[in-house]
Structure formats: structure tokens, C-alpha cells
Design a protein around this ligand. Structure first.
Ligand code: ATP
Ligand code: MG
Length: 387
């Protein structure tokens, strides 16, 4: 076979033969054909090289003192199944070669060897190794994609189920709230003041109302995901829109000693559903405020990208999100907040809404460096006129 140069320069092989003159000559001739050769005198040295070097093919003499080529083949098949082995047999030792192939060798070559023949066998063996690697990578990729699709399907099912339940629960919740309120009102009547259980019944009605409020928060979050009514796409001026949003968030959380800044980025207009966008950003800012210790800061910024999209970022100076938590924050009901404090639906809702807006929501964070949520949106919704 002609020497085609660079095409095969990535083949690396171990040549095992106890005959030094034969080994060195063959190694030099193969090297000239751009094949990287590790020449060694015994099977033990070959195994040492295989343990530390990226080798594709092993050429091994069959008859060697200590460990034979057949034993070496067995070890390689067991510990390095991704390599191929070519055996070198003595003239007239056909049986050695056939036995080797039966045991799992790629092929055998009879001595004295012919350089073109051996080069061609090496290239065939290396191609087999490469094909196997490619199939393995393909298989892993397919498995990953299948797992991701399954996960997405599971999340969608959970979402549909949860929103259905939320809808059904809203009515009984309203009735419970009404009834508890009525008990409270009755207990407040002058005629009931002297009732011995008055204080505990009043307290019970308050507890019921607080619990109903919490349950309502959950159903509202869930229903936010399927809310059909969307506002007509509207022009939102950046960063003005973010400034208004920041003052809204400040009024919701006046007690927090966390500053909310808006960066004075280059102004531009965005056409989107302002209600959904507000829902996403309020949730993100709320999370950021809750994660940031006193004296910290939450920064909102907006930018036009080179590809004509819009990014809005919510960055905080909190503790950041550890890798193990980061993988799950967009899952429904995942929360690290104490029981009764968080629903774990905020970010699930945000991601769902950002998809509704034709966008994507991503997070980047390293522990100790705060968290940064990036919302990427098209500059105009399909039913909105581009600015
Ligand atoms: N800015 C942030 N910094 C650190 N961790 C965050 C941040 N934002 C979200 N997280 C983590 O992601 C989890 C999920 O957030 P998500 O908004 O979905 O639910 P929640 O905030 O726990 O509950 P709720 O939104 O009902 O208050 C949080 O519990 C928290 O662990
Ligand atoms: Mg939240």
C-alpha cells in the first residue's frame, strides 16, 4: 500500500518481539510510514505501555519466553477490550495463528513479514478500533438524548397533573376560607365573647386562613403556567421597563436590606408579553433577594446580542448555587427553603413562561460568587411587529 502520509499518523501500536534485530528493523520501517511504534521485548512491558499510553493496536510474536503471545492476547481482551491484537507466527505455525483468531485476535501474520502486508493489516485493525469508538460515542449520545426526552416528558406530565389539581383545589379552598372567616366573625360578636372556647376558636379560624393563603400561593403559581390569557405583545422600552420593575420589587420587599440596581444599558425596544415577562422577572428578583444577605445587591441589566436577540440578566451577590443544587432548580417542587416557606415552583414557572415567549432561561453560578439568571428572548414575538 502506498504511503499516504498524514492520513494515518494517529495510529499508535505496541510491537512485542524478543528478537531485538527483527523488532527494531520492523519498528523503524513502520515509523517511516507514519505509524507510532512502541517496540518492547516482552509481554510484561507491553502491558505496562498499554496501561499508560493511548494505543490502538498490538502486534505480538506468539513464541516468547515467560508470557506467550496467546497469554498476552487473553490479558488484553480482558483488560483492554478496545484494542486489536495481530499475532506474528513462525513459518509453518499455521495452527498458532488460527488458534489466536479463535481466541479473539484481529488477524495473524506469518514471519518473515512483508512490510506492505503488515502495514495494511495494522491500518485495518486501527480502523476497526476507531469504528468501535465512534459507535460507543454514538450510543452514549443517544442514551443521553433519550434520558433527556424522558425527563422532559416526566416534567410535562407532572406539570399538567399539578395544574389540573390546582384548578380543582381552588374552589374548596375558597369555601374553607369563607367558613373560617365566618367562624371568626361569629366569635367577634358580643353575645359570643363569654364563650369559654372563644379564644381558641378565634385562633383556629386564623390558623385555617393562614394555611389557606399558603395553599392559594401554590395553586396560583401552578395556574400561572397554564394561564391562557396573554397580554397582546407590547413595546417594552429597556432599561425603563426594568426600572419600573425594580421599584415594584422594592415596594413588595421594603423590609429587605438588599439594594436593587438597574444598569443604564444602551436603550432599545422589545416587543413581548409584558405580563409574562414581569412574572418571570419578579420571581427571579424575589429568589435573588431571598438568597442575598443584608448589604448585598441585585442587579438587573438588558442587552441586544450580535444575533439580534435580547438578554435580560438578574445577578445577585448571594452565596451562589452549588453544582448539585443547580441541576435541579428548574424541577417542579424543588426547593431548599425550609418547609412551608418555598413552593419550589418559581423557577419551573419562569422557564415555562420563557418558552411561551419564545425564549430560554439559563443560570450560571459558582458558589461564593452569586447567581446570574439570563433570560434570552426574541426581539419581537411572532405576532408582534419588529421594532
Ligand atoms: N438567586 C439564587 N441564589 C441561590 N439559590 C437560588 C437562587 N434562585 C433560586 N435558587 C435555588 O433554587 C431553588 C428553587 O427556586 P424556586 O424559585 O423554583 O423555588 P423557591 O424559591 O424555593 O420557592 P418559591 O418560589 O415558591 O418561593 C431555591 O429553593 C434555591 O435553592
Ligand atoms: Mg422562588
Amino acid at each position: 500500500m502506498p504511503n499516504t502520509g498524514r492520513r494515518y499518523h494517529d495510529i499508535s501500536l505496541v510491537l512485542v518481539d524478543d528478537e531485538a534485530a527483527f523488532r527494531d528493523t520492523l519498528a523503524k520501517r513502520l515509523e517511516k510510514r507514519e505509524i507510532k511504534v512502541h517496540p518492547v521485548a516482552c509481554a510484561k512491558q507491553a502491558l505496562e505501555i498499554l496501561a499508560r499510553e493511548p494505543v490502538d493496536v498490538v502486534i505480538s510474536d506468539v513464541r516468547m519466553p515467560e508470557m506467550s503471545g496467546h497469554e498476552l492476547l487473553a490479558r488484553i481482551l480482558e483488560n483492554h477490550p478496545d484494542k486489536e491484537v495481530i499475532l506474528l507466527t513462525g513459518h509453518g505455525d499455521l495452527r498458532d495463528g488460527v488458534e489466536g483468531i479463535r481466541a479473539g485476535a484481529f488477524d495473524y501474520i506469518t514471519k518473515p513479514v512483508e512490510i506492505d502486508h503488515i502495514e495494511s493489516k495494522v491500518r485495518q485493525a486501527a480502523a476497526a478500533v476507531r469504528r468501535r469508538k465512534e459507535r460507543q460515542v454514538e450510543g452514549e449520545l443517544r442514551k443521553q438524548l433519550e434520558e433527556r426526552a424522558l425527563q422532559a416528558e416526566k416534567l410535562a406530565t407532572v406539570g399538567t397533573l399539578a395544574t389540573g389539581v390546582a384548578h380543582e383545589i381552588n374552589n374548596p379552598l375558597a369555601i374553607i376560607n369563607e367558613a373560617a372567616g365566618w367562624i371568626g366573625q361569629v366569635m367577634a360578636r358580643p353575645s359570643m365573647r363569654d364563650l369559654p372556647e372563644n379564644a381558641s376558636l378565634t385562633r383556629a379560624s386564623e390558623i385555617i386562613q393562614t394555611a389557606v393563603d399558603r395553599a392559594r400561593r401554590i395553586t396560583h403559581q401552578l395556574l400561572g403556567m397554564v394561564r391562557k390569557e396573554s397580554e397582546a405583545p407590547t413595546i417594552c422600552d429597556m432599561p425603563g421597563y426594568l426600572m419600573e420593575l425594580a421599584s415594584l420589587c422594592r415596594s413588595i420587599h421594603p423590609e429587605n436590606e438588599v439594594a436593587i440596581h438597574v444598569e443604564e444599558d444602551t436603550p432599545f425596544t422589545l416587543i413581548t408579553d409584558p405580563h409574562k415577562l414581569r412574572q418571570i422577572l419578579v420571581n427571579l428578583v424575589e429568589n435573588a433577594i431571598q438568597a442575598t444577605p443584608k448589604g448585598g445587591c441585585v442587579t438587573l441589566s438588558s442587552q441586544l446580542t450580535d444575533t439580534g436577540k435580547v438578554t435580560i440578566q438578574v445577578q445577585d451577590t448571594g452565596p451562589g448555587i452549588p453544582e448539585s443544587v443547580k441541576k435541579r432548580i428548574f424541577d417542579p417542587f424543588f426547593t431548599t427553603k425550609p418547609q412551608g416557606k418555598g413552593t419550589g415552583l418559581g423557577l419551573y414557572l419562569c422557564r415555562d413562561l420563557s418558552h411561551h415567549l419564545g425564549g430560554e432561561l439559563e443560570v450560571s453560578s459558582r458558589p461564593g460568587e452569586g447567581a446570574c439568571f439570563t433570560l434570552t428572548l426574541p426581539r419581537a414575538l411572532p405576532n408582534g411587529t419588529p421594532p
